[in-house]
Design a protein around this ligand. Structure first.
Ligand code: G3D
Ligand code: MG
Length: 184
C-alpha cells in the first residue's frame, strides 16, 4: 500500500521586502482559521490553512519572514521543502514601493536557487493606495514574461481585493500538479 498521506501537504513561502504586506495577506487569506506559530530560530512565521478540492484534503503551510536582519544566514532552512512561492511587492507610488519592485528579481533568484522550479505568483499589494487607471505596467509585463510567473495579481490585504483569487490560483496549480504526479 502506498502511503499518500503527505500528498497534499504544501509548504508555500511568501517573500518580498519588509512592510509590503506579506503577513497581512496571509492573515487575510487564512482569516479566522489561521494558526500562527513563530519560529524564532529562523525568524519565520508559520500559518496553517486547510482546504479541500474534489474531496481531497489539502493542508497548506505559509512561511513568512519576520524581520529580515538575520535572514541572510537562514535562507536554506526557510526555503527548504517549499513547493510553491508567492513574491510580494508594494504597488504604492513611493520609493519603498519602487524599491520593493526592483527587488523582485532577487527574491526570484533566491527561490530558484533554494526551491528549484516551483510555481510562483507575483502580487503587487496595497492596490487600495493607487489609482489603477494611472498604472503603467510595462515593467511588470516584462518581468512576468521573463520569469514565467503563473499569475500576477494586484491585491489589497486591507480591502481583500483579489487576495482569495490569487492564493487559490496557486493552490489549484499545486493540487493539479501533485494529483497528476500521483496518477502516473
Ligand atoms: P510584511 O509582513 O511584508 O512586513 P505587513 O508587511 O503585513 O506587516 O504590513 C506592513 C504594513 O502595511 C502594515 O501597516 C499593514 O497594515 C500595511 N498593509 C499591508 N497590506 C496592505 C494593503 O493592502 N493596503 C494598505 N493600505 N496597507 C497595507 P502598519 O501601519 O501596521 O505598519
Ligand atoms: Mg511580516
Amino acid at each position: 500500500m502506498t502511503d499518500n498521506k503527505d500528498k497534499f501537504v504544501f509548504k508555500i513561502v511568501v517573500v518580498g521586502d519588509s512592510a509590503v504586506g506579506k503577513t497581512s495577506l496571509i492573515m487575510k487569506f487564512t482569516q479566522g482559521t489561521f494558526q500562527e506559530n513563530y519560529i524564532q530560530t529562523i525568524g519565520a512565521q508559520l500559518s496553517s490553512f486547510e482546504d479541500e478540492i474534489n474531496g481531497d484534503k489539502i493542508e497548506l503551510f505559509f512561511w513568512d519572514i519576520a524581520g529580515q536582519d538575520t535572514f541572510h544566514f537562514l535562507r536554506p532552512a526557510f526555503y527548504q521543502g517549499s513547493r510553491a512561492a508567492i513574491v510580494v511587492y508594494s504597488i504604492e507610488d513611493s520609493s519603498h514601493g519602487k524599491k520593493s519592485f526592483e527587488h523582485v528579481d532577487e527574491w526570484y533568484e533566491d527561490i530558484k536557487l533554494y526551491c528549484g522550479d516551483v510555481p510562483i505568483i507575483l502580487l503587487g499589494n496595497k492596490v487600495d493606495l493607487i489609482d489603477k487607471k494611472k498604472l503603467k505596467e510595462k515593467k511588470v509585463l516584462k518581468i512576468l514574461k521573463k520569469y514565467g510567473f503563473i499569475g500576477y495579481y494586484k491585491t489589497s490585504a486591507k480591502t481583500g481585493e483579489d487576495v482569495i483569487k490569487a492564493f487559490q490560483t496557486l493552490i489549484k496549480e499545486l493540487y493539479h500538479k501533485y494529483k497528476g504526479l500521483s496518477a502516473q
